[in-house]
Design a protein. Sequence first.
Length: 180
Amino acid sequence: MLTLITGGTRSGKSTFAQSLCKGGASVVYIATASASDDEMRERIARHRSSRPICWRTVEEPLAVPDVIRAHASGSDFILIDCLTLWLSNLLFEWRNSDTATVERRACEQARELAEASTQGRVIAVTNDVGSGIVPESSVARQFRDIQGLMNQQIARAADAAYLLTCGIPIQIKPRAGGGL
């Protein structure tokens, strides 16, 4: 089962996603961030301190579907935080590819994530990057557009989806039969 959590920066996405895992005896947290500078190291430390110490953290910037498949059967929940950094990492890996190839590969990765998520209870956090101003650079516009496409694809596959605003979760896609 796949649950998507989206919203803007500092909207409460991670806190809400973590709350959905309460009661899980075995939670795997897939961290997609890379500690590339001091500011990011501080963010990572803050996120680590907010999680229960009994959760297992897997730091994986690229092969997220593989990690889901490897841990789905032995976990109550898998929490991915976040798809936006995952896409950023993938785009860096594919930086020498043309836009059409990058879009195709991103959609393939989204499909793989959705398929892997059918094996367990997966909660994925992503940023809604399309609600702001049009970015100035072509690279930033490409990222925004591909993130939007990836979010749409994962949201279609999700059983439930929530939009977080001002720390308030709004369920935007209920699961058939209700509940999580």
